[in-house]
Design a protein. Structure first.
Length: 434
């Protein structure tokens, strides 16, 4: 079946949106199991945690093994290549510098009657960072999740990452050491999220949990939200690439494949105004995939969800993008900045043919933890702001209180909140008091 859809063909686009709905249900089927796991962690604590850790991750650990010894963390840098170490340090510096610029400052406001309203920013006290450690090994996720917390001033940063057959990934540990994280537990899945959210004898609970994971992790984060804060419920990854024939087709294909290789539910979409270019891309992709001997993740995700959509003009393209609200958006066209003006919904936008999405995954300095599954319509990527809280500080004196309180009394009485009104009225000057 052809992967080319046409925005003017209703049946064609109906088929495209059916794919979108199918992806959005990718982790709903695990909710029952996740609720059971969370309940057992809350009830039995460490006993359940070690049971699940050994059962799901093929370990043979005892409770004392779960916390990673600091010497193991420190030695991890010696166990990775010098090139990787330099690259991680380079990435750390760029991410840190950018997020430092995003850190908000306290504000002070005084209105015309001298009522004072200040805004104070404070870091969250403790944060749990989930880092995948099974099939997906992402030291970059350590940097992306931990560095904004460091910049915010979070005092306690706890990292959890699963060990498979007792082995931890050295590059993940090295990235953690670069970030000076010294509280790490070799646990994963919904059980790790539950332990962070509710605590056990071994692990003290945290105030917020961030980081990507599989469907069990995503469902667990959704379930514990409200008892702790979370960054987002991240679904499978996605990219929209806007391109026409003025870019090398092989560049576009690599960009589409870069997203497709994440997992079986990842989605890569090309939007173009050039039907000949669309046909070339589809033909080349089919040729590349036919030579792959195994049904790997890349091949599977493209065959399930890969899409090429034909549009006629910039307005159609921008409307479609805002509807899809992609996690990543690449604008590989000559008039990219013109199109950019009308884009409202996207997690991160990459401008020009020399700015592939992959540069943002590692060293651009922005964050690669981004909203998926259309949630870019109402949320943003991870930043230092996620790790900080705003507190309003209001200060009235006698004169300005007397000027504003009567209106507050009127509203309070309309709402039937009599004690609210009395709290205000008893402070009014005797001339105004009833």
């Amino acid at each position: 079946m052809s992967k080319i859809f046409n925005i003017k063909d209703l049946q064609s686009m109906k088929r495209f949106y059916e794919l979108q709905r199918e992806r959005s249900d990718s982790f709903s089927g695990v909710s029952k199991d996740v609720i059971e796991i969370i309940s057992k962690i809350k009830d039995k604590g460490d006993d359940a945690l070690i049971e699940y850790t050994n059962r799901f991750d093929q370990n043979n650990l005892i409770l004392q093994d779960l916390r990673v010894d600091n010497s193991i963390i420190r030695n991890s840098i010696k166990n990775i290549s010098e090139d990787l170490l330099e690259a991680l340090l380079f990435s750390y510096e760029r991410i840190h510098d950018y997020h430092k610029e995003l850190k908000p400052s306290d504000k002070s406001y005084v209105d015309k009657i001298k009522t004072k309203i200040d805004l104070k920013w404070s870091p969250i006290d403790s944060v749990g960072i989930y880092v995948p450690g099974g099939k997906a090994i992402y030291p970059s996720s350590v940097l992306m999740n931990v560095i904004p917390a460091i910049v915010a001033g979070v005092k306690r940063i706890v990292m959890v990452t699963p060990s498979i057959n007792g082995a931890l990934n050295e590059s993940i540990l090295a990235a953690a050491d670069i970030c000076k994280v010294d509280e790490i537990y070799r646990i994963g899945g919904a059980q790790a999220i539950a332990a962070l959210a509710y605590g056990t004898s071994l692990i003290k609970k945290v105030d917020m949990i961030v980081g990507p994971g599989n469907s069990y992790v995503a469902a667990a984060k959704k379930h514990v939200f409200g008892d702790v804060g979370i960054d987002m419920v991240a679904g499978p990854s996605e990219v929209v690439v806007v391109a026409d024939a003025d870019i090398d087709p092989d560049w576009v294909i690599e960009d589409l494949f870069a997203q497709a290789e994440h997992d079986n539910n990842a989605q890569s979409i090309l939007i173009t105004r050039d039907i000949e270019f669309a046909s070339i891309i589809e033909r080349k992709i089919n040729d590349r995939l036919s030579k792959m001997k195994e049904l790997n993740t890349l091949k599977n995700s493209w065959e399930r969800y890969g899409s090429i959509i034909l549009c006629d003009n910039i307005e159609e393209i921008s409307n479609l993008i805002n509807d899809i609200a992609p996690e990543h958006l690449q604008l590989c066209i000559s008039n990219a900045n013109e199109l950019l003006k009308s884009i409202k919904n996207a997690g991160a936008i990459f401008i020009g043919k020399y700015t592939p999405e992959a540069i943002g995954d590692y060293v651009a300095g922005s964050n690669h933890v981004l909203p998926t599954l259309q949630t870019a319509k109402f949320s943003s990527g991870l930043s230092v702001l996620n790790f900080m809280k705003r507190t309003s500080i209001i200060e009235c004196n006698k004169d300005n209180f007397n000027q504003i309180a009567p209106s507050a009394i009127t509203i309070a009485e309309e709402e039937g909140l009599i004690s609210h009104a009395r709290s205000l009225r008893v402070r009014l000057d005797s001339k105004i008091s009833k």
